[in-house]
Design a protein around this ligand. Structure first.
Ligand code: GLN
Length: 301
């Protein structure tokens, strides 16, 4: 643990550190905005203060990490593609500050839309906002948190195969004041929820969907640092989604919502799987803000 002294720097020292970090980012072809993301969190300075340099005159700035350690980590950002969020250990998602570690995927902005889609899908049938909802493959817990926050009368069940991810999800639920709204289970997909078969109002998931053979083509930030368990969707990338199509019809009640995130290019096959299963109706594909067909929604017949 760093002593207090090491965690205090002068504004001038921090400003020099920032200038050096920016030059190093330019040389490494990394976006210089990442320096300020890092400092916003580590030095608790806002964007404007950092941009205008008005912190330079301060005699003392409190850091969350000693400057030397920060230098080492920034070096790893540049040379090993370590994502900044794994340095700050936090990422924003909807209005939450989500704690992250190497055991969980860094929350993505596009995943925020899953919650809006769940809201829209229940707008004509408000009863569905109550009862049981499942977040399968909860990772850092974001979907469960989004659902608990939005559907205040629902009981949220969050499942993950990784015990380490579940600890992170529990911590996030505590930090967001939603711990008593969510039950956590270690296990595979629906398995731990066997006793609630046929009772679910909804299932929302951002499952692993990258084909195993294309994992190495992902950005190095993702491939080298994020958990492969959360990314690897098997041979064709659709193994987990296929499993969710097949099993969810036993768990959802009639009218219950099936909602997932997927990869560009998977929409047609996911739609076909849902049709072939014969137990879903009103199948819809929705795009993300970049216009990519990213979400599949269906209702249990
Ligand atoms: N539900 C989490 C998220 O959306 C984790 C997803 C995953 O691990 N595939 O970020």
């Amino acid at each position: 643990m760093a002593d207090k002294q090491q965690l205090q720097v002068s504004g001038l020292e921090l400003s020099k550190w920032r200038d050096a970090a920016i030059s190093a980012a330019v040389s490494a072809n990394v976006s210089i905005t990442e320096v300020d993301w890092l400092l916003q969190e580590i030095a608790e300075l806002d964007r404007l203060t950092l941009r205008t340099g008005s912190f330079k005159d301060r005699s003392e700035i409190q850091l969350k990490l000693p400057l030397q350690k920060l230098s080492t980590l920034w070096q790893r950002r540049l040379t090993e593609s370590l994502p900044v969020q794994y340095i700050t250990k936090v990422a924003p998602w909807r209005h939450f500050d989500i704690k992250v570690s190497h055991d969980v995927l860094i929350p993505r902005p596009e995943t925020e839309s899953l919650i809006d889609l769940a809201i829209a899908a229940t707008a004509d049938n408000l009863m569905m906002r109550q009862g049981h909802w499942a977040d399968l493959g909860t990772g850092s817990g974001i979907i469960a948190l989004g659902l608990a926050d939005t559907f205040s009368d629902a009981k949220i069940h969050a499942v993950d195969f990784s015990a380490e991810a579940l600890s992170m999800a529990r911590l996030n639920a505590d930090n967001c004041g939603l711990r008593n709204r969510i039950k956590f289970y270690q296990g595979s997909w629906w398995e731990p929820l066997d006793s609630l078969k046929g009772k679910f109002s909804g299932m929302v998931s951002n499952p692993p969907y990258i084909p195993t053979s294309t994992l190495p083509e992902l950005q190095p930030e993702v491939f080298k640092h994020e958990p492969h368990l959360a990314l690897d969707g098997g041979n064709d990338g659709l193994e987990c989604i296929r499993h969710l199509v097949e099993t969810s019809s036993d768990y959802l009640k009639p009218g219950g919502i099936w909602l997932i995130e997927m990869m560009m290019g998977q929409a047609d096959r996911v739609m076909e799987m849902l049709r072939d299963r014969g137990s879903y109706s009103k199948i819809e594909i929705h795009s993300d803000l970049a216009g990519i067909e990213r979400f599949a929604l269906a209702y249990r017949s």
